[in-house]
Design a protein around this ligand. Sequence first.
Ligand code: PLP
Length: 369
Amino acid sequence: MSTEPIPFIDLQAQRDRLGSRIDEAIARVLEHGRFILGPEVAELEQRLSEYTGAPHVVSCANGTDALVLALRALGVRPGDEVVVPAFTFAATAEAVALAGAVPVFVDVQVETFNIDTDSVADALVERPAVVGAIAVDLFGLPADYPSLRRVLGGDRFLLADAAQSMGAGVGDARVGTLTDVTTTSFFPAKPLGCYGDGGAVLTTRSDVADVVRSLRVHGKGTEKYDNVRIGTNSRLDTVQAAVLLEKLAILEDEMKSREDVAERYHRLLADVAEVPRVPDGVRSAWAQYAVRHPERDVLRGILDRHGVPTAVYYPRPLHLQPAYTGFPRAAEHLPVSERLSQQVLSLPMHPYLTAEDQERIAEAVKRGR
Ligand SMILES: *Cc1c(COP(=O)(O)O)cnc(C)c1O
């Protein structure tokens, strides 16, 4: 068996596959010189709209800004409360606070790691200030939007934080259309990543798209030097859009490879660890392949000694993070989030992972049983 180090995410393999296409795409931008909102930005928004089926796509500077811009376009105001899962990346709750509102933490489901509809229902009791919720498609798996929509009722918004799930879907519907407003991130390690920071808001609502387009350029009106609201500077660089166009062209093929990698892990590991399960009809983007293990840190040490890199997303749920302990939560304890943060371990996951490396990884996991 090979003893070469196994990368956790192999961006170099992707770059090798794309060959000179990325270099040429960047060279074209250097040539035309329209570095801000150049033609590649509009083309990327168009292509993302075609790929996802979302009628409106507005790119921006990063996935955190995408959340803040979407919340502001949805009309979130100081004093409003927004329900968020406790087991997610900090940006989900941070964006609510940055928009001037109050995050209300709820628990997640043990099988999917995604926001738990029953916990959302608990949070709504006697909280008239709740104006909506953010569901995160954690590790690439779409949340349960239909049941969330039912408990939220018609008047509260349901925003999808799809930073980790571009390319995923439910039945024939792709992420970007599973609820009326979705945000994503193009951070390099995400399923669709650029070579820097980037993000986007995808929506079925033209009113939301219009406000986000204005907010990302200092609250502009129809003219650039016409300021109709307090906005910000949050544009996607043309160079990053050019990179993303090349990567989007192979995303669907990469999704299939990720699914093959996930299936192989399932076959190799289902008897030795708690492997992720995907509900029927749902497609994960497999941003992470996270197993659960009662002795996670012991297993992690064993894998490390066998040259298998791992990561822990997330070692502490947000309601227990110093910056967020003061915010409300559905209950004193959010037991599933608290337990998962002790038990989850992400294994190497990317479209170019070989069967041989996966077998090496599985052998090491078996030693940790
Ligand atoms: C990465 C991520 C974000 C933030 O994206 P950035 O582009 O890094 O700002 C938000 N939410 C989730 C769930 C993420 O994984």
